[in-house]
Write a protein that binds this ligand. Structure first.
Ligand code: FES
Length: 134
């Protein structure tokens, strides 16, 4: 069962519920990169591990490594992703690392067979077109 929130009205400071996609599609892989129109720094990793979804910033808070390419492991019942660049660990549920760093994590809910992530911007499996400066 996915984690969920008691607060479902969205549009708070922490963001609004953003449709990520159907559970049937997003549960096919352990991690999907969700693009934000704000670019790289706002992209999100949507993990699917042991039947549960987790969302966290896609860029490692150490030096920006791509966490979607990290190894996912369970130790003592704690699910973690290890950054592929310097192997720092991040708890999928809390975003905490044993190094003391904190990765931003986001609430996830399942509604009518779709996955929603509470985030400040829309999220998409496809990159957003670059915004032209006029
Ligand atoms: S960039 Fe992720 S551990 Fe260094």
């Amino acid at each position: 069962m996915a984690s969920s929130s008691g607060n479902e009205d969205g549009n708070k400071e922490s963001g609004a519920w953003r449709l990520a996609g159907p559970v049937s599609e997003l549960s096919q892989k352990p991690c999907r990169l969700m693009y934000s129109p704000l670019g790289h720094q706002a992209d999100v990793c949507l993990f699917h591990v042991k039947g549960e979804f987790f969302a966290m910033d896609a860029r490692c808070s150490h030096s920006g490594g791509p966490l979607c390419d990290g190894d996912i492991e369970e130790a003592n019942g704690v699910l973690q992703v290890f950054c592929p660049w310097h192997d720092y660990d991040f708890n999928l549920r809390t975003g905490k690392s044993g190094t003391g760093l904190q990765q931003e994590v986001y609430e996830v809910k399942i509604q009518e067979d779709c996955v929603y992530v509470k985030h400040a911007t829309p999220l998409s499996l496809q990159p957003f077109p670059a915004v032209k400066k006029s």
